[in-house]
Ligand binder design. Structure first.
Ligand code: ATP
Ligand code: FE
Length: 356
């Protein structure tokens, strides 16, 4: 099965052609990602109108480009997949509309993919990884612990009560004037820290027994440290970046530890080491990976993280979710809506305290 995947839910426009062979092997025939960092940098964050316009201008060309690179026309495809949410609605429309056009024009099944399902399946792009696995999804808009039992079969154990982990990175970077996007900038500065423990930051929800997260207190504490400095220089920036990065990593690892115990009880017949998958942009952070690795080992798990380029937004993961849905007959009609909000597991979402 060969599927074209399109992605435009945030600030990356992306297209990919992916083939699933008869033996289940995944082959990425062509892929392209165009970012918009320089367009949003002056504003210190993603501006929805600018993003939507840029996606609309580039989507068709990008789709045509990857098809050409793969040596295919739409008539050679078995389906066309697009992110249908969650995300900035103007952006989501770009990929979804293009996919609908191709679906109609070449009489192909449409696959309306949940962007978070794409992130959740992303490690399966480059390695064979069986279900079930425990997923820590840490991106710009989401921080969740999820049991992944299959395509469309996901149970959320916990999510953030306020900011996402990526937001905590981005907002702290903004306070210190490190540039946009904040996560990579914080990581870069942290590498030069001389006193990475100089700024004490709390362990959030230390006594809470759920699998939820909270970053708002950390962000405020970091800002207070920053405001307390007179004439801060790069040395202060590096030390605070390192302190913040370590605090975020600590919190993520501690919460993941709780989820690992739940997963272990639920799937006690599985052989160790059990799989802990980290996906989303923040999973590309070295300190975060190291903290998760150590915690995983303590609980009899092994950390699995996709290569860096599949941690952040890409269309290969959307094509993969699409091809798996196609194989299961889970196709969508041309009336599939673009959804600004779309929890991974609808049922648990009804009980969840926050958007996560
Ligand atoms: P969502 O998937 O929730 O809609 P998104 O697609 O914008 O959000 P991603 O592209 O997965 O999110 O990740 C972007 C986030 O990851 C940003 O907040 C960015 O700062 C953060 N990030 C990227 N690289 C790093 C890094 N090296 N260290 C820390 N954070 C990082
Ligand atoms: Fe994303």
């Amino acid at each position: 099965l060969t599927v074209l995947g399109l992605e435009s839910s945030c600030d990356d426009t992306a297209a990919a052609v992916l083939r699933r062979h008869g033996d289940g092997r995944i082959e990425i025939l062509a892929e392209a990602v165009v970012g918009q960092n320089s367009a949003h940098a002056p504003f210190g964050g993603v501006v929805p109108e600018i993003a939507a316009r840029a996606h609309a201008e580039r989507m068709d060309g990008l789709a045509a480009g990857v098809l050409k690179e793969a040596g295919l026309t739409p008539f050679d495809l078995d389906g066309v997949a697009a992110t249908a949410g969650p995300g900035l609605i103007g952006g989501v429309m770009a990929a979804l509309m293009t996919a609908k056009g191709i679906s109609l024009g070449a009489d192909l099944p449409l696959l309306a993919v949940n962007h978070l399902e794409g992130h959740a399946l992303s490690p399966r792009l480059t390695q064979s990884l069986a279900f079930p696995y425990l997923l820590l999804l840490v991106s710009g808009g989401h921080t969740q612990l999820v049991i992944v039992e299959g395509v469309g079969r996901m149970t959320r154990l916990g999510s953030t009560l306020d900011d996402a982990a990526g937001e905590a990175f981005d907002k702290t970077a903004k306070v210190m004037g490190l540039g946009f996007p904040g996560g990579p900038a914080v990581e870069r500065y942290a590498q030069d820290a001389e006193a990475p423990d100089r700024f004490p930051l709390p362990l959030m929800l230390a006594r809470d027994t759920s699998c939820n997260f909270s970053f708002a207190g950390l962000k405020t504490a970091a800002r207070r440290h920053w405001d307390g400095l007179d004439a801060p220089d790069d040395r202060d920036r590096a030390d605070l970046a390192a302190s913040m990065q370590a605090a975020i990593a600590r919190h993520l690892a501690q919460r993941a530890g709780r989820a690992m115990e739940i997963f272990k009880t639920r799937f006690e017949t599985l052989d160790a080491p059990l799989p802990l998958v980290a996906a989303g942009g923040v999973a590309s952070n070295t300190a975060v990976r190291a903290a998760l690795e150590a915690e995983a080992q303590r609980h009899g798990f092994a950390l699995i993280a996709p290569p860096l380029k599949y941690c952040t937004d890409n269309a290969a993961m959307i094509a993969l979710a699409g091809v798996e849905r196609l194989a299961l007959g889970l196709t969508n009609g041309l009336d599939a809506p673009a959804r600004p909000r779309w929890p991974l597991d609808q049922d648990a979402a009804a009980q969840a305290p926050a958007s996560g």
